[in-house]
Unconditional design. Structure first.
Length: 228
């Protein structure tokens, strides 16, 4: 393995660690970050830290509020509504495009793994569940044939992980059931675009309602940023 390969591998691992910290709020919404903070927290070089900060700003997981200050992107009700609105526009269209080329056996296996990972026992289990759910959703998207569309879906799923973390921490379970995912898999088999779009849109709408109801019913979210 060349030096460049090692650097790229280190950058990928560091990027995953940072995103994990953002999702689990070890790097809390609106918390200040810097090259030094990343270097100390994750044991990476300032060069890798600087590159990852630039990349995460471009993907809107970090926000530059001044030339000298960068913070973790806030997580507000607007951010939640925006994420669900965009996913309700994009994901039904992607799923309807990929239905004929999905590996359904793989989807069923991952859905069973998600079911077996519940109820949630600790933060590490919660994070692994979120990653497994993201993996499943991206399998639905991987054969869309449009790289930019897939990149958008991946970014929306990363933000969804931040949102679902709130629900997992307060409810100790996922905002939608394995049965609902199973229904998604079954409707994808039909390869009927109109029906697929409706089912995916309905599931996302129901999930959004559960998450918003959880936020509105928890006093801790009334007076502070959406942290747990």
């Amino acid at each position: 393995m060349t030096r460049e390969d090692l650097q790229n591998s280190d950058a990928r691992k560091a990027s995953e660690l940072i995103m994990d910290a953002i999702v689990t709020q070890k790097l809390a919404p609106s918390q200040k970050v810097s090259e030094n903070i990343f270097s100390e927290m994750f044991g990476i070089s300032r060069t890798i830290s600087r590159n990852l900060i630039e990349r995460l700003i471009a993907k809107q997981f970090l926000v530059s509020v001044s030339p000298r200050v960068t913070v973790v992107a806030p997580l507000t009700l607007l951010d939640i509504k925006q994420n669900f609105t965009l996913r309700k526009v994009l994901l039904p269209a992607i799923f309807s495009l990929t239905a004929a080329n999905v590996d359904f056996e793989k989807l069923k296996r991952i859905n069973k793994e998600i079911q077996d990972m519940q109820p949630i026992k600790d933060d590490d289990a919660a994070l692994q569940l979120l990653k497994k759910n993201k993996e499943l959703n991206l399998i639905f998207c991987e054969n869309a044939g449009y790289p930019l569309m897939i990149d958008w879906a991946r970014q929306l799923e990363d933000t969804a992980m931040r949102i679902y973390w709130l629900y997992l921490k307060t409810q100790k379970r996922f905002p939608y059931s394995s049965d609902q995912q199973g229904m998604t898999i079954e409707v994808m088999k039909s390869d009927e675009p109109t029906r697929i779009k409706k089912v995916i849109h309905d599931i996302l709408t129901q999930t959004e309602e559960r998450i918003l109801n959880t936020i509105f019913s928890n006093d801790q979210f009334y007076t502070q940023d959406l942290t747990v």
